[in-house]
Every structure is written in C-alpha cells, then in structure tokens.
Design a protein around this ligand. Structure first.
Ligand SMILES: *Cc1c(COP(=O)(O)O)cnc(C)c1O
Ligand SMILES: [Zn+2]
Length: 440
C-alpha cells in the first residue's frame, strides 16, 4: 500500500494504533488521539500533481470520488476498501459570496461556506461518512460491533443515524431533553436510531456515553474519536480549492466541542506541509456568550482553562461547557494566530436576520460567527480589504422555530430590530391591492 495512516497520541507519546482498534485515548497519558498520515509517502507526489488529482475528481461521478471528502481519499483514509465507504455525497458545498451583506457591513470580500447544504443539514456529515465507513470495514473484518453511539446537541445524532441507516448498522443517540430542535429530534427517529432523551444537558449526555462506550460491542461516534476529524478537515481544503488554491485571510468558525476548528487546522496543516499553499489563514473561533469556556480561556492567555456550565442559547448546537477537544483547539489557534470572539443572544439573532435579508438562511450558529466577524472588523482586527470565510455549520431549516420567534419578537433577551410578520388579509382584491401598494 502506497499511503497509510494510524492513530497517534496528540501529546506525542510513542506508539501507534491501527484505525480498526477500538481506542479513543492514549493508553500512556490519557490524551486524545489523532489520525497521523505517512507524510513521507504523501510528499512523494508533488503539490501540482495533488491539485490536478483533486481538481479532476471534483464533479466526477466515479465512486467514491463524487464526495467532497472521498475526493481526497489519500489524505483521509487511504487504505479503506471502496466498497466499505458509506457516502451520501457530502462536501462540495456552496461557497456563497455574501455580496450584499458584506457590502452592508463594510467587508466586500466576505464568503459563507454553506456546510449545512448537505444530506442531514450540517457539517457533521463530513466526519460521519468517515467514521461509519471505518466501522463498516471493521465489521467486515470480523470486529464484534453491535451499535454505534453518540451524545449530541442535535446534528451529530442526525448524521450518525442517517449514515448508519444507509449502511444497515444499529445506532443509539443520547440527547439532552428539550434542548434540541424538533427537526433535529425527528431526524434520528426517522432513520431508526434508538433515541434516548436524557434529563440533563449535552455535557451530562457526554459523560454517560463515554461510559457506555466501554461496554463490549458499543463503538463511540463523538468527535473524541478522531476519525470524524479526518472527514471534517476537508472543509478547509475545499475552501482553498474553491478559490483556485488561494488561501483566504481569515476563517471564522462557530465552536462548541471544538473538534471542528481542530479539523479545520489539520486540513490547512496538510496543504501547507505538502506545499499546496504557502501561507496559513488566521482562524477565529466564535462562541455564544452563554457557552464560552474557550473565550474565557483565551482572555487569560489559555493558561487558566476551566469548564463551565453552559446556559441557554439559541445556538443550541454549541451549548457546551466542557469541550472534549479543548487542547486540540488551543494548539490549532496557536498555530493560526487565532482569536476567540463571543456573541450575545441579541448579536447572534440580529446578525442571522441581517444576513437573511440579503439572501442567506442562517442557523443561529452561523449568526454567532457573523456577529464575531463584525466585531473583529469593528476593532480593526480584520481589515476591510481582507478575504474572510465564515463557516456556516448547519442549515437554517433545522432552526425554523428560532426564526419564527425572531420575527414574532419572542426571543428571550432580544428585542427584534427587523421583525417581518405575515399580513393577514381578507379574500378581497381591493384590500390586497391597498396593502401591497402601501408597502412598495
Ligand atoms: C456540532 C456543531 C457545531 C460545533 O462544532 P464543534 O466541533 O463541536 O465545535 C457548530 N454548529 C453546529 C450547527 C453544529 O452542529
Ligand atoms: Zn499520550
């Protein structure tokens, strides 16, 4: 085999572990593991040759390369059998030029990577295709896996249930009761997962799922398992490819459990080390003020990180007080001249609504990232001439209730600035005409 990869400790302990081993932490120091690729082998192919290979596959229909993740298979999981891959054509999402919104805020080169335009409506599909594919390979090779489990703020469970259903594998999801949207609850129900609603928050579900994963035959799908990050890292590669292999100045990403920002960094690392790009972007992690443990640590120079109890936020998918990938994320931010910014409920709701009036349909997490972008611009950290990409993590349609409440002026702590209500009218031409002509 030409290319290979294995699990290694992120803190640099000796030893490597086969991807088909059921292992999530370093047995020596307890830190998380990462998938480490044979860089030597990868660097035998030149940067222009990689670019040509990836560009040739974009738009291809040859299995499994139509997927934005598996189009980079050699950089993801090179040795997996093609017929074990469980792909729902994830990735290759629209990079939306936010022309009007950018002009409105004084940032003309602003782009939104719409990762929610995906099979289950969030970026979680990018990672789940990899994890479930490896599980399918493990089962094929005789590993006694009976079910794949995760704790979730709503999107991981939707992705896990869909990919497992597509592969015929049993899935189990642990959800914090009443803290996810209706759409997010229905998704795993429809896909046949065992859905456990727990009377706790996400961090409570996470604590239980970690123990559950110690049972025989139960495999863990949370981003503690770095297989997910191998798929998610393609987002940065895809962005650069979308810009014809030019690096943007900034990437702004909403962060909760902080796996995604770590994945973003590792995608850029790989392009950098293999010579596809010559510089790194700066990264901003955006957090909701109600769930901001990374922001607090950042303010203290990262030395005094403390988990917190996350409070209510409309950005429910990032309502996390004890992020699993905190160390990975801090290391990433240190390599990428990173900053952390936060957004209040008012700021996130208004940013999402303002962007929507220019043609997007933002989830509240994207609102958090847009609000953070505006703050960085206002204090001169982002220069108005710079190219900025905001990662939109989920589809707005999963968050209909948030949008309805914004327009009904019903969001807690928020006085909506631009509510847009339906106009009730009788079945009468003159009344309709009057209403229309008065408003245009
Ligand atoms: C999971 C998720 C996030 C946070 O990603 P992390 O890797 O947990 O930081 C942000 N937004 C949405 C919509 C998500 O589903
Ligand atoms: Zn270790």
């Amino acid at each position: 085999m030409e290319y290979s990869c294995a699990f290694r400790c992120i803190a640099g302990c000796e030893g490597s572990y086969d991807l088909e081993e059921v292992i999530y932490r370093c047995p020596k120091c307890g830190e998380l593991l990462e998938v480490s690729h044979d860089q030597e082998a990868l660097s035998r192919r030149s940067a222009p040759a990689w670019i040509k290979l990836f560009d040739d596959r974009a738009g291809s229909s040859k299995w499994p390369y139509a997927s934005g993740v598996w189009g980079k298979k050699e950089w993801v999981i090179p040795h997996i059998d093609d017929d074990c891959i469980v792909s729902l054509n994830e990735g290759n999402t629209n990079l939306f030029w936010a022309e009007r919104y950018g002009a409105n805020i004084g940032l003309p080169d602003l782009w939104v990577k719409l990762c929610g335009n995906s099979h289950t409506g969030s970026f979680k599909d990018l990672g789940m295709t990899v994890l479930v594919s490896v599980v399918r390979q493990m089962i094929k090779n005789g590993k006694p896996i009976k079910a794949v489990v995760c704790a979730s703020t709503g999107d991981t469970s939707a992705a896990l249930a869909a990919y497992c259903a597509a592969a015929g594998i049993r899935s189990v999801v642990l959800l914090p009761k009443g803290k996810i949207t209706t759409a997010q609850l229905v998704q795993p129900l429809a896909n046949g997962a065992l859905v456990c609603q727990l009377d706790t928050d996400f961090d409570g579900c996470m604590a239980i799922v970690k123990k559950l994963a110690e049972e025989d035959g139960v495999y863990l799908a949370n981003s503690m398992n770095s297989l997910r990050l191998e798929g998610q890292k393609t987002v940065g590669i895809e962005i650069v490819q979308n810009f014809e292999w030019e690096v943007p100045d900034w990437v702004v990403i909403p962060g909760g459990n902080l796996g995604n920002v770590s994945a973003l960094g590792s995608g850029f690392d790989l392009m950098y080390s293999l010579g596809l790009i010559q510089r790194r972007p700066r990264i901003c992690v955006a957090q909701a003020e109600s769930a901001n443990p990374l922001y607090r640590a950042y303010k203290e120079g990262y030395d005094n990180y403390e988990p917190i109890t996350a409070k209510h936020t409309e950005a429910s998918a990032i309502r996390i007080g004890n992020p699993v990938s905190i160390r990975r994320a801090i290391r990433t931010l240190q390599r990428y001249e990173g900053v952390v910014e936060q957004a209040s409920e008012l700021e996130l709701a208004e940013a999402a609504a303002a962007a929507d009036r220019t043609g997007t349909y933002c989830c509240p997490h994207t609102g958090v990232a847009l609000a953070a972008t505006k703050k960085l611009l206002a204090r001169g950290e982002i220069n108005p001439k710079e190219r900025v990409v905001v990662i939109s993590t989920a589809h707005g349609l999963k968050f209909t209730d948030f949008k309805i409440r914004y327009h009904e002026n019903q969001i807690q702590d928020v006085e909506s600035e631009h509510p847009n209500r339906p106009v009730a009218l009788p079945n009468d031409y003159d009344a309709v005409k009057r209403a229309v002509l008065e408003s245009i």
